[in-house]
Design a protein around this ligand. Structure first.
Ligand SMILES: [Zn+2]
Length: 300
């Protein structure tokens, strides 16, 4: 009895210790601008090193690097590529597409997340190599026209608007204008079938508040804060069960990849979408508030 009591006291003590250490965990602190930026873009090596290519859901595949996403929608009539990334990483991109058993040459359409070179610099080269058409959101066209690696003009074969659709071989993608990060930042949505079930996929274009962004009194884009708010409104109206993003860290790709084949499809994660949206919106609101207070204090 005495011993039993000792064991019981021991267990109670242990439980109390566990409870204390759990309670002692600091509440999850929102990421700073710098931390969010680093989380997304990774190192320069991670930006160009191919991540093992893999199937995400149905006919949608990952063909990007450790920190820059590229997605392939494979259809019987050719393929749609979303993001060509840095031009110097195009060889790796081609290797990833071929490793999945697809021909690079069968890429018919090139789409993009937003007009920043890390996501779309390779457009001209991939178009040259495959003969694919490049489709771009109207508001990003001026920025894309300034993107000329090796002085090659940026190809633009069709201009898109919010709600424009792109159909190939039975799969339809819808372009949603989610501006802020760039003027034509695009979130791609599509419905993909797997095992007789339909899944709503959203590839977040980016709602990242980069450390260089000036939300208040920005002479280059006085509307930038309103554009971000518009972007968040659109994203809040979506409820994908397969959330993806222009950077794999936006949807915890590496961690989900590790769980492939281990139970249900790990990329089905509706809660992950809400969590990511909450994190980037919390950060945006905090930065905006700080910059507004600074501007007010400076009497501008
Ligand atoms: Zn960007």
């Amino acid at each position: 009895m005495h011993d039993r009591l000792k064991v019981l006291i021991g267990i109670v003590g242990l439980l109390a210790l566990v409870a204390t250490s759990v309670a002692a965990q600091p509440p999850a602190r929102p990421l700073t601008q710098e931390e969010m930026f680093r989380r997304n873009v990774g190192t320069s090596e991670e930006q160009v090193t191919p991540f093992p290519p893999h199937r995400i859901v149905g006919n949608l595949y990952y063909v990007g690097t450790y920190s820059l996403s590229a997605f392939l929608v494979a259809t019987p009539e050719g393929h749609i590529l979303i993001n060509t990334n840095w031009e110097r990483a195009v060889d790796g991109l081609k290797t990833s597409v071929e490793a999945l058993g697809f021909a690079f040459d069968d890429i018919e359409v090139i789409l993009g997340s937003h007009a920043h070179a890390d996501h779309m610099e390779g457009d001209a080269l991939v178009a040259q190599m495959t003969g694919a058409r490049v489709l771009a959101m109207a508001a990003d066209v001026p920025a894309l026209e300034r993107m000329r690696p090796g002085d090659k003009p940026h190809p633009i074969d069709r201009v898109l608007h919010d709600g424009s659709t792109v159909t190939l071989g039975g799969t339809t993608l819808t372009a949603r204008l989610t501006p802020g990060h760039t003027k034509g930042c695009t979130t791609w949505t599509m419905r993909i079938e797997e095992d007789g079930e339909l899944h709503d996929v959203a590839i977040i274009g980016s709602m990242g508040s980069n450390p260089s962004f000036q939300f208040v009194n920005n002479p280059d884009n006085p509307r930038i804060a309103d554009e971000f708010k518009q972007g968040f409104r659109v994203l809040r109206s979506l409820s994908p069960d397969v959330p993806l993003g222009s950077h794999p860290a936006m949807y915890g790709m590496a961690e989900k990849y590790a769980r492939i084949g281990d139970g249900p499809n790990p990329f089905i994660d509706p809660d992950g979408y809400r969590a990511e949206l909450g994190a980037v919106e919390t950060l945006f609101r905090a930065v905006l508030e700080r910059q507004e207070a600074e501007a007010a204090a400076a009497g501008r």
